[in-house]
Design a protein around this ligand. Sequence first.
Ligand code: MG
Length: 364
Amino acid sequence: MKIQAIETFYVAVPLTKPFKTALRTVTTAFSVVVKVTSDEGKVGYGEAPPTHVITGESLESIQYAINEIISPQLIGLSLLEKEIIFQKLHKALVRNTSAKAAVDMAIFDLLGQYAELPLYQYLGGYRNSLTTDFTVSVNEPAEMAEDAERYVREGFQILKVKVGIGTIQEDIERIEAIRRRVGKDIKIRLDANQGWNAKEAVRAIGTMEDTGLNIEFVEQPVPAEDLEGLKYVTERTATPIMADESVFSIYDAKRVLEMRAADLINIKLMKSGGIYQALKINTLAEANDITCMVGSMIETKIGITAAAHLAASQPNILFYDFDAPLMLAEDIVTGGIIYQASTMTFSKSYGLGIASVKIGEGQK
Ligand code: MG
């Protein structure tokens, strides 16, 4: 039950439609796939996409962190001593959370396989299916309304709408156009990706409340570092406010919770450094009566499968943003999470249940 080898590979998968937020436009999903092999030949998979504008990591930095820094510290360690593995993983270097997440999820994949349980059951087994939202990229109101209508037709009842570009008035027009098109029964949640300042956010959200646009919650209205601004918005709006880019580590979560700066927290493996730390953040949030969402970066089905297993395992995780693999032109994973429109279920396979990953031309 020892870690025998850790290998990394590049993958690149085009998106069917550009993904546009206040921070970036993505047309191809790049990722570093990690394969951890045990001395008995079991294989655990993980991945880390380079999300420069959020985590600061690149394909090269992720590979370097894993191959040169993390791997030498973990090779030879026993999976029976997982606390030692995760202590070493997180102390190996500061930040580089996506690199750590990739290794962490591959280790959890192996732990599930050795326990002979699907990972969500190994972690707690609270639910066995999830409902994901689908993201509407930020564009002109008419195009967004058209996209929204198509996603609803495809079976999505919850839309996550990206805003935070241009004026507040333009953002309000975007939501009005979508609400008119999809009707009142579809849930709409917003993500401003730090695109507003605190006063703009209060004005935008207040107007949406007054005009009955019925927004479920608003993610990260203000810049990540502006916790005072986040608190200002949270105190002055009735709509729940969710911290995303403001919370990477458990220490970030602790500060947001102490300040009561947000109503909800969005946990992503790529920010927390994987499942081990994500569980701690969720437990801390739960102790403060704050519920969580689990979301993702633009990831393939490897990362989303790990995130979905985590999300399903815990009663305090109530919101799910797992549409990224559905935006990709190709599924490079055999096995893993199963989609039927917005419903996600798990196979009975152990660990992450990933049978194989299509890896390109030996780009190691
Ligand atoms: Mg977000």
